[in-house]
Every structure is written in structure tokens, then in C-alpha cells.
Design a protein around this ligand. Structure first.
Ligand code: GLA
Length: 361
């Protein structure tokens, strides 16, 4: 992964001129709250994507090589494919970047993409990819965007080019976060705090192995249900209301109520979790993770039977807290474990899940 200059040279017969990287993230608590102006508490993972670029002087084309997919693609338009491929994220970033900088001449580039981020597991490989591409373009053209603006542009790519109704959490933490610290974000004001993670505890991901093709459509459906709840409640952001305000309204559609209930209670839990993290009270933090999962599973119905079983087994094995992380419907769970209990937790979980299903934060 780190041998980018050698690989760049092998593929494009030149040195790269600019390179940037961005990490994947795990959300510790605060799920589906970001696009309703609420709170989230993710942190960066060690897994990352590196994008290296140089001007293509020999042809009027963008040439790109993805090491992960072992695929070489050349193009000179920004037309999206029908079934969202990795190349669409690159085209989308170029499209949005040139659209923001209309005075720039279109410069053809050679682009190397390297990544060790597991794909489709709810840790936002796509945001890391967009952030790394946009940061390398920003550097190449010497624009000087802030990390926050890069995050906003990355979301524009996913929303308007790719077509996923996501919030701003992934892009913000990937662009601004620091590995080893939690990132508390108010998604309405985009104000954030970086909080140290305690040394004697660890977070660990376990792969639930479920990869569904319809994850994007299920995500978009939940998004639309929450927007409906905002309409019913006549509020701009569900994130700004409290439980009594929610319960004052009569919901004819109970399903919409349940979805909104998850978000309203999740915002409360996320704010409390931040306080416990600051106090280093990880028992209480873990308890909130468990409540969060239960709400995500029962009210938001974004979990699956296999994930619920994994969560139960993790807690029975000694985790202080465990929950499904990310957009839902499969992917990774995240467990909080006291380091002194780690071995016992791992040995027990390993009876059910093979070694390759465990990922360190
Ligand atoms: C995906 C989206 C985020 C967020 C989470 C759910 O990762 O990209 O914006 O909505 O799902 O919390």
C-alpha cells in the first residue's frame, strides 16, 4: 500500500506529484441522526485510502488504476455508470470539483488509488475515497479548501452524483478526524470536538457477513420516512426536538413514529455518551451503545437476526457494549471491551466467528 511511488511509476511511467489519504470510520453511537441535524460520535479506523496523482502529459485522458480492484480505466467524460462502480466516485469528484472551479482548465490526470478499507461493511469506504480524491485535487490545483469544505464537497458527490441521501458524518470525520480520538459532531452547525479514547479500553469490529444489494435503497427509505416525520411534526430538523414534543403529536402512521422515536432517543443517547466519554465512564458508555442497538433494531428496524445474535454474543462474552454500526442492514458491529477482558471476549467470540471476521480500530 505504501509503495505508491514505485507502483505509480510502473503503471504510468512517471512520478506522482501529489498524494493524499483519508481514513474509514466507525460510528460509536448516533445512527441516522446526521441528516436530521442531530449528533454523531464516530472515530477513525486505521484502514485508509491513498490517492496519488500527476498530470497526464501524453494523452487527453484520465487514466486511473485501482490497486484494490486491480483495474485500469481510462475516460474523458464524467458520465456515471448505471450500477455505481468505484470509478463513478472518481468521476463524481472530478465533476463536482470542476463545477466549483469553473475557471480551471480541464487538466488530464494519471490517478493511482490504493486502499485497505473493507468495502460494503458500513465503515464508509466511499467517503474516504471521495475525501482523498478531493484533497489531492485541491492540492494539485493549489486551491486551499478547508477540510470542512472538502467534506461538504464529498457529500455533494455522494448525494447529487451517486444518489445516496446520506448525511455529513462520514465525510466530516474522514476529512477532519484524528486516529485515536472520537469525533463528536453537531450535524446542524458542523461544530465538532475531538475527544481522547481511554487507553484501557478498546473498540473492535466484527463482520456480520451480510452484504445486501438493497442497502442503499433501504437507507434511502429510512431517510424518506424521517423527512416525512419532520413534515408531520412541522419541524425542519428532527434532531432539534425532545421526546415530549414528539409524543405530543398524534401519528396516524405508527411506522413513521417508530422511526422518529429512534432518532429522537438516539440524539439524547449520543449527547450522554459524549459526557460519559469525557468522564471516562466506559461502563455507562457501553450501556448506551446497547440501548442504541436495541432502538436501531426494534424501532428503526435496520438490524437483522444474525446481527442481533452477534450483538448478544458479544455482550455475553464480556463486551461492555455492542451495536450495529453504519447505515444498517448488515456490515460491521462495534464492541467496547475493557482491555483486561479482551482475551476472554475474543476466545469466546472466536467459537462462533472465525479470525478473519475481527477488525481492530
Ligand atoms: C451512512 C451515511 C451517514 C449516516 C449513516 C447512518 O453511513 O453515509 O451519513 O447517515 O449511514 O448513521
Amino acid at each position: 500500500m505504501n509503495n505508491h511511488n514505485k507502483i505509480f511509476n510502473n503503471i504510468f511511467q512517471q512520478n506522482y506529484s501529489h498524494t493524499k489519504e483519508a481514513h474509514a470510520r466507525v460510528n460509536l453511537i448516533g445512527e441516522h441522526t446526521d441528516y436530521t441535524g442531530g449528533y454523531v460520535l464516530p472515530c477513525l479506523l486505521k484502514y485508509k485510502t491513498i490517492v496519488s496523482i500527476a498530470k497526464n502529459k501524453s494523452s487527453q485522458k484520465y487514466n486511473t488504476y485501482s490497486e484494490f480492484y486491480n483495474e485500469n480505466i481510462s475516460f474523458n467524460d464524467f458520465i456515471k455508470s448505471k450500477n455505481n462502480q468505484w470509478i463513478d466516485y472518481l468521476k463524481g469528484c472530478l465533476f463536482v470539483f470542476y463545477d466549483e472551479n469553473k475557471k480551471l482548465d480541464n487538466v488530464y490526470l494519471n490517478i493511482l488509488i490504493q486502499s485497505n478499507i473493507p468495502i460494503g461493511k458500513g465503515i464508509s469506504s466511499s467517503s474516504a475515497l471521495c475525501v482523498a480524491i478531493l484533497k489531492s485535487l485541491d492540492d494539485f490545483f493549489n486551491i486551499g479548501y478547508t477540510d470542512k469544505h472538502i467534506a461538504i464537497l464529498a457529500r455533494k458527490v455522494e448525494r447529487h452524483y451517486i444518489g445516496v441521501s446520506g448525511g455529513i458524518m462520514d465525510q466530516m470525520v474522514s476529512s477532519i478526524g484524528i486516529h485515536g480520538k472520537a469525533f463528536f459532531l453537531d450535524c446542524l452547525t458542523l461544530k465538532y470536538e475531538l475527544i481522547n479514547l481511554p487507553n484501557n479500553y478498546c473498540f473492535e469490529l466484527v463482520d456480520s457477513e451480510i452484504q445486501r444489494d438493497n442497502r442503499n435503497s433501504a437507507y434511502n427509505e429510512r431517510h424518506d420516512q424521517l423527512k416525512k416525520a419532520e413534515e408531520i411534526l412541522k419541524v425542519e430538523n428532527l434532531g432539534s426536538i425532545k421526546i415530549d414534543q414528539l409524543n405530543k403529536n398524534k401519528f396516524d402512521d405508527l411506522l413513521i413514529y417508530k422511526r422518529a422515536l429512534h432518532v429522537v432517543t438516539e440524539n439524547q443517547r449520543t449527547k450522554e455518551a459524549k459526557k460519559f466519554l469525557l468522564k471516562k465512564d466506559m461502563e455507562q458508555f457501553g450501556h448506551l451503545m446497547n440501548l442504541s442497538h436495541s432502538s436501531y433494531s426494534k424501532d428503526f428496524e435496520a438490524s437483522t437476526k444474525d446481527v442481533d445474535l452477534l450483538v448478544k454474543r458479544s455482550i455475553e462474552s464480556g463486551a461492555l457494549g455492542c451495536r450495529l454500526t453504519g447505515g444498517g442492514f448488515g456490515g460491521f458491529t462495534v464492541s467496547l471491551i475493557a482491555k483486561k477482558d479482551y482475551e476472554q471476549w475474543y476466545n469466546n467470540m472466536n467459537k462462533y466467528y472465525s479470525r478473519d471476521k475481527f477488525f481492530k480500530v
